[in-house]
Design a protein around this ligand. Structure first.
Ligand code: COA
Length: 374
């Protein structure tokens, strides 16, 4: 029996860093070599030759299909009523979580979760976020257009106009890149919830809660603020040095797993370069990136700090003129494919996830007795 922490000989890794906490066949995140594979396919090829719908089917079923015909679904009345009743100023992440929760109450998803439920949730998410974004602006939601995919359909329902080809393609590329990323915090949360035999809507609600934290889903908005503050390429060097001297971090750089250039950043940079709508902003981003990488390498010669996905996510989302406060929730709707794929995989070979914890409290002792009455 172990009474105090010093008696417990087992290794402990804060933040579970470096701990193997499960097995997955869905994605390989190869941080040392800067590779990300979904079911074996490199992310760059998936962005170039795939669509979000095909990638989602790949994540759920393991099969590559040319037939994936997912389109945004109409928002059910009770979900819409829930979105209408949210207070002014509600965080868009809370709105998506509310929509998922209400969908779960309506549909009572089964255990184990299945691909049909995953499809239903992934097709509802863009419509729900678009409806919320319009309602908060005093506008009525727009019915989905059956011929559009999920990224284009999201933009259509947001703006009540069919997006141009370049914007639709760019957002679709972002959705592909954001769909899945191994055992990150939100996916792990979804797997923990699924492991209790809870339903997939509860798992996704928990995942959205984890993604809402700024250490996980909030960086692209910060990248935009950072570039606005820098303002022009000539100011990059001085601004970066001053920020680092103050002990601040450069947003869009560094990663817990990647030591090489994040392959998602490379794929999205290509997309941003092909958009045309981002020229001036992108020129600034590229210049700032060059300066930042040089300065980070000088200051941290032993710790490779490279560009991460959020840097060029900001360029792409800025290029399609999405309001920055919708960036994290847009990430959440794209990540539905990965979360639900992990819920299905977890349930397929389930074992309750319940680690041990090192106890650091007082050793066993007696409750103080009340003083004897006189
Ligand atoms: N800018 C400046 N310095 C950074 C940095 C950044 N973006 N990221 C890490 N570092 C430095 C740390 O200050 C630390 O320096 P020290 O050893 O002198 O104290 C060293 O690199 C290691 O940092 P650590 O916190 O251990 O790295 P991590 O791998 O746990 O952190 C992130 C990963 C993503 C949290 C971190 O890189 C970060 O905060 N990046 C900025 C936010 C961001 O872009 N998030 C999106 C991630 S996809």
């Amino acid at each position: 029996m172990t009474d105090t922490p010093s008696d417990d000989p087992r290794p402990y890794s804060p933040g579970l860093e470096g701990v193997l906490a499960g097995e997955t066949a869905i994605a390989l995140v190869d941080g040392a070599n800067g590779r990300l594979l979904y079911r074996g396919y490199p992310i760059g090829e998936l962005v170039e030759h795939g669509t979000y719908e095909r990638v989602a089917e790949l994540l759920w079923t393991g099969e590559w299909t040319q037939e994936a015909g997912l389109t945004p679904s109409p928002v059910p009345g009770p979900v819409l009523s829930a979105l209408r009743s949210l207070p002014v100023g509600t965080n868009p992440m809370d709105a998506v979580r509310t929509a998922v929760s209400m969908w779960g109450s309506l549909n009572r998803p089964s255990w184990p979760p299945n691909a049909e439920e995953a499809r239903a949730m992934t097709c509802l998410a863009p419509s729900a976020l678009a409806a919320f974004a319009r309602l908060r602006d005093g506008l009525e939601p727009v019915e989905p257009e059956g011929s559009l995919g999920l990224a284009a359909g999201f933009l259509h329902q947001l703006r009540d106009e069919v997006p141009n080809e370049a914007s639709a393609r760019a957002l679709d590329a972002y959705f592909v890149v954001a769909a899945e990323h191994g055992f990150n915090a939100s996916t792990f949360a979804a797997r923990v919830i699924t492991s209790t035999r809870s339903d997939v809507a509860s798992a996704v609600c928990g995942a959205i809660g984890a993604l809402k934290g700024p250490l996980h889903g909030g960086a692209p908005t910060e990248v935009v603020n950072q570039l606005h503050e820098i303002g022009s390429p000539e100011r990059a060097e001085a601004w970066i040095n001053e920020a680092l001297d103050r002990g601040e971090r450069l947003m869009g750089f560094g990663h817990r797993v990647y030591r090489a250039y994040d392959p998602r950043a490379a794929a999205l940079r290509k997309v941003a370069e092909g958009m045309g709508s981002t020229t001036e902003w992108l020129a600034l981003a590229v210049k700032v990136e060059d300066v930042a990488l040089r300065i980070l390498a000088e200051r941290h010669p032993d710790r490779p700090l490279k560009t991460n996905v959020e840097y060029y996510t900001a360029a792409v989302l800025q290029g399609i003129a999405l309001p920055p406060d919708l960036y994290p929730a847009t990430f959440a709707i794209a990540r539905h494919a990965g979360w639900t794929a992990h819920a299905i995989e977890q349930a397929g070979d389930n074992r309750l996830i319940r680690p041990d914890v090192r106890y650091t409290g007082p050793a066993e002792r007696s409750v103080p007795r009340a003083a004897a009455r006189v």
